[in-house]
Design a protein around this ligand. Sequence first.
Ligand SMILES: [Zn+2]
Length: 83
Amino acid sequence: MCGAQTQYNISDHIDLRYGYIEGMGQLCSPCYQGSGRSHILIDYRTIFDTPNDMELGRKIRSAYFKETGIVPSVYWETISVDK
Ligand SMILES: [Zn+2]
């Protein structure tokens, strides 16, 4: 999650690694142990079914708000197109 190098190679079997989470990948031990970081899982389908990165970002952010129960204090205005 933080991008730190771990002691594992990509060829190491996942059953032999510490901190590997299926669907998420290899975490370093501070991230795996959750020292000040937490995670949400994003379904593969959400990623594959959302080719637009901006839209994917919005979906991930709203999943985060839903997961944490946080109500964002700032909303983007909806852009309306005048005809
Ligand atoms: Zn980490």
